[in-house]
Write a protein that binds this ligand. Structure first.
Ligand code: PMV
Length: 338
């Protein structure tokens, strides 16, 4: 094996779902209960990762933003590399370095961009060339939402129905260029680590929430409506769907036992503020969505971006507001981090 050829670097960007993934139909294979839809963010929320497999590495090592990663983070990356090593017939350990453009202290440490970049860099370092579909199927084994960061623009991660998951993969449904006017204003409410990880949280919800079954019954209709609105680039149709979908997922979390509460008081204040703003305009100018945490992601258009940012800054408890546009999928880079 050519040692010089065992290094590669890739970048990936975070994505923010407008139809959320919460719950799995198969926990061992990581197959989701429902399809989900997201927009991939631009370089404001990006991760670049270099992977080098080498005989000189006694064990896998991971540094994030110039500092050694926590043991559990290294273990998760190492487990993921085991899958890639098996695919490639490689036994060497690896050095991994990762850099984020967004501050870690912003509480936005994104497993989506991290595992999409790692999947792309690690396979390329091993000389495996995967198509987008296969790369999304690999990335989802690191983190479900990472499957969507393989593509840019608007992306659907199809849950599929087959037992082995061969029909479960992500694909682009609308290209980045169609969304040059779309912005995402992010209101940071809490930069701390979440109390309960998404995998554990969704498992508790699926097991204990009665509303969860109702969610799965109605989500197909919401997905069809959202895809129609995305195809027409109809923000007036998308906005209420985005907000109600976020509320629907958080309702199942609250209905879980013990309840899972990610939203905090400023998150609710943001919801009220956005409804006020929309009412004042007599149309939808902004739509909030919340992942497994209290920070708000507010989709809006370039025209109303400054108004939305000012409104978010005026909400008590909001620590800072970032803003980004829609970006690309995974990319290979020659700018290695070491
Ligand atoms: O990517 P994961 O496995 O950590 O799960 C992400 C779950 C949500 O962010 C809450 C929803 C989503 O679809 O991104």
């Amino acid at each position: 094996m050519d040692l010089e050829g065992m290094k590669a670097t890739a970048s990936a960007r975070s994505n923010i779902a407008i139809i959320k993934y919460w719950g799995m139909r198969d926990y061992s294979l990581g197959l989701p209960s429902n399809s989900s839809i997201s927009f991939t963010m631009d370089d404001t929320l990006s991760t670049t990762t270099t992977v080098e497999f080498s005989r000189k590495c006694p064990r896998d090592s991971l540094s994030i933003d110039g500092r050694p990663a926590e043991p559990n983070e290294t273990a998760r990356a190492s487990q993921f590399l085991n899958i890639v090593r098996k695919m490639a017939g490689v036994r060497m350990r690896a050095k991994i370095a990762s850099r984020n453009t967004f501050p870690r202290s912003a509480g936005m440490a994104s497993s989506a961009s991290a595992f999409a970049a790692l999947a792309c860099a690690a396979t390329n370092a091993c000389g495996i060339k995967l198509g987008g579909k296969e790369l999304s199927q690999l990335a989802m084994l690191g983190s479900g939402s990472a499957s969507r960061s393989v593509f840019g623009g608007c992306v659907e991660w199809r849950a599929g129905a087959k037992a082995g998951g061969s029909d479960c993969y992500a694909r682009q449904i609308s290209k980045k260029e169609d969304w040059a006017h779309l912005r995402n204003a992010i209101a940071i409410v809490d930069s701390g680590k979440k109390a309960i990880g998404s995998r554990e949280g969704m498992e508790i919800t699926a097991r204990t929430s009665e509303l969860f079954a109702a969610r799965l019954k109605t989500i197909g209709k919401r997905i069809a409506e959202m895809k129609g609105a995305v195809a027409r680039r109809d923000f007036q149709k998308m906005a209420p769907l985005i907000m109600r979908e976020s509320a629907n997922m958080h309702a199942t979390m609250l209905d879980s036992w013990p309840p899972i509460i990610y939203l905090k008081e400023p998150s609710f204040a943001i919801m009220r503020k956005i409804h006020e703003l929309n009412s004042a305009h007599g149309k939808y100018v902004a739509a909030y969505t919340f992942d497994a945490g209290p920070n708000a992601h507010v989709y809006t258009t370039k025209r109303h971006e400054n108004d939305v940012i000012a409104a978010l800054r005026g909400v008590g408890g909001v620590k800072r507001v970032l803003s980004c546009g829609i970006g690309d999928g995974t990319k290979i880079s020659e700018n290695h981090l070491f």
